[in-house]
Design a protein around this ligand. Structure first.
Ligand SMILES: [Fe+2]
Ligand SMILES: [Fe+2]
Length: 121
C-alpha cells in the first residue's frame, strides 16, 4: 500500500488496517479476522479521536461520525456466517478497502495536516 500519511503512527496503522482487510479474502475464511480488524480499527480510531479532542480539532464531529459508520458496518459484518462463500469474502473486503481508501485519502488527510501544524505532531 502507498504511504497514506507523514505521521508515522497514522500511516503504520493504516497499513495494518489494509493488511487485515486483504486477509478477509484468504481461503479458507479465518473466522477470527473480522474480530481482529474490529479491535485494530478501534485502537486506531481512538487514537485519532484522542488527537482531535486534545487539539480541539474543528472538524471532529464529522470525523467521529465517519468512524462510527465504519464501526457499524463492521458490527453488521460480524453477524454474518463465518463460513462465508468465497465471493462474499471478496465483497466484504472490497467494500472495506474502498471505504478505508476514501477515508485515509480524504478526511484523514485533513486531520494529518492539522496535526502536523500543531505542537503535538
Ligand atoms: Fe485513519
Ligand atoms: Fe479517521
Amino acid at each position: 500500500m502507498q504511504k497514506t500519511s507523514d505521521i508515522i503512527w497514522q500511516d503504520t496503522q493504516h497499513q495494518m488496517l489494509f493488511t487485515l482487510i486483504e486477509e478477509i479474502k484468504v481461503v479458507p475464511f479465518d473466522p477470527d479476522i473480522l474480530h481482529r480488524l474490529k479491535l485494530y480499527a478501534e485502537h486506531h480510531f481512538i487514537l485519532e479521536e484522542t488527537y482531535m479532542r486534545m487539539l480541539d480539532y474543528p472538524h471532529a464531529e464529522a470525523h467521529f461520525e465517519a468512524h462510527d459508520r465504519f464501526r457499524e458496518e463492521l458490527e453488521a459484518m460480524l453477524e454474518t456466517d463465518p463460513t462465508m462463500h468465497e465471493s462474499l469474502q471478496v465483497s466484504l473486503s472490497d467494500f472495506l478497502y474502498k471505504w478505508l481508501m476514501l477515508h485515509v485519502l480524504g478526511i484523514d488527510k485533513q486531520l494529518e495536516d492539522f496535526v502536523l501544524k500543531s505542537k503535538h505532531k
